[in-house]
Write a protein that binds this ligand. Structure first.
Ligand code: UDP
Length: 355
């Protein structure tokens, strides 16, 4: 049984790191890399550090608007799927690669599985939300990270078969924690004391594409207690340069996007993490590090309900107030305890046996 996994950006390489290894115990799995992220620091380093099997095909379909990129990936996938003849296609998360992958496979009558199905922000202005909803409704097998995701799919009457498997990104975070502690020297390199610094990531279109919102983000960063470590995503760097705002980050330690192990080690010892990333919100929770989310809503609602994540949007006063809060005593297991990929493989084996 051949499965084609279609991935193309940073968080998808992390997710595939958990699942591909498991899948290959049972299936003939091939990876197609769409090229949505192509810089070494957003792509190659994840394949190397997390031991993701090398892609069978690279489509080189990065750059351009969401529409142009989705269209290019869709067109490039058609002949590749014809050639590789998979019996099943797997997509992850909520990017243009996810939607194009699901659509190309569905149009070729190849059953589709969506990992991280059913996540919703209920904000249709987010490109990711549109991708999630459309992908879920084009998919046959919906592999969910949380009970909330399953409920979202039931409410929408999604036609595919939904299963709660847990979160595959959590598998990777838990599995690589000790490896990161052993191999990463990031705290020494940046001369940081455990618990004595903040980590920031920001790259959502809603925060960086609108110059007024971008300036609010910079103002918030200016007001945070130092040291503040900001691994700068290329999209954010480009927007800061275009808006002439990069100079205002002089008091912030701006570094290039980090590899997975360095980022995990850095986040693990931070006083708090401030982020607009979905993956980083989860990872902070798993590490027991308070998270301050630079959005007004989240798909990962359990982290907020448990008291470990505070939504502040770009309100600097709210962010500073959240920093002063003591973290809760309890941190219940939310994301499957590191066994999501195993469960995903079992569900896939049972499903494909019926094809
Ligand atoms: N990450 C990383 N280096 C960084 C910032 C993030 O390795 O400098 C990892 C992080 O640990 C998580 C993933 O990238 O596993 C999150 O990716 P991103 O924020 O791009 O995507 P999102 O989760 O928002 O879709």
């Amino acid at each position: 049984m051949r499965i084609v996994t279609i991935i193309g950006n940073r968080p998808q390489f992390v997710k595939a790191a958990a699942v591909s290894r498991r899948l290959r115990e049972t299936f003939d799995e091939l990876i197609v890399h769409t090229g949505q992220h192509y810089d070494d620091e957003l792509s190659q380093v994840f394949f190397e550090e997390l031991d993701v099997p090398p892609p069978e095909r690279e489509l080189g379909a990065g750059t351009g608007s969401n529409t142009a990129q989705t269209a290019r990936i869709l067109a490039a996938l058609e002949p590749v799927l014809t050639e590789l003849e998979p019996q099943f296609a797997l997509v992850y998360g909520d990017t243009n690669s996810t939607l194009a992958g699901a659509l190309a496979a569905a149009q070729a009558s190849i059953p589709v599985g969506h990992v991280e199905a059913g996540m919703r922000s209920f904000d249709r202005t987010m490109p990711e939300e549109l991708n999630r909803v459309l992908t879920d409704h084009a998919s046959d097998l919906l592999l969910c990270s949380t009970p909330t995701a399953v409920t979202n799919l039931e409410r929408e009457g999604a036609a595919g078969e939904a299963h709660l498997v847990g979160d595959v990104m959590a598998d990777v975070s838990l599995a690589f924690r000790d490896v990161a502690a052993e191999r990463s020297r990031i705290l020494e390199e940046l001369t940081l004391e455990p618990g004595g610094y903040l980590v920031v990531t920001a790259h959502r279109a809603g925060n960086v594409d609108d110059p007024a919102r971008l300036e609010a983000l910079v103002t918030l960063l200016e007001r945070l207690p130092r040291p503040v470590i900001f691994p700068l995503h290329p999209r954010t760097r480009a927007r800061l340069d275009a808006a002439g705002l990069a100079g205002r980050l002089a008091g912030v330690t701006v570094v290039a996007p980090l590899g997975y192990l360095d980022f995990l080690e850095l986040a693990r010892h931070a006083r708090a993490v401030l982020t607009d990333s979905g993956g980083v919100q989860k990872e902070a929770y798993l590490l027991g590090v308070p998270c301050i989310t630079l959005r007004d809503r989240t798909e990962w609602v359990e982290t907020v309900e448990s008291g470990w994540n505070t939504l502040v949007d770009l309100d600097a006063d709210a962010a500073l107030a959240a920093l002063d809060q003591r973290p809760p005593a309890e941190r219940p297991e939310l994301y499957g305890g590191g066994h999501a990929a195993e469960r995903a493989r079992e569900v896939l084996a049972a499903y494909t046996a019926r094809l």
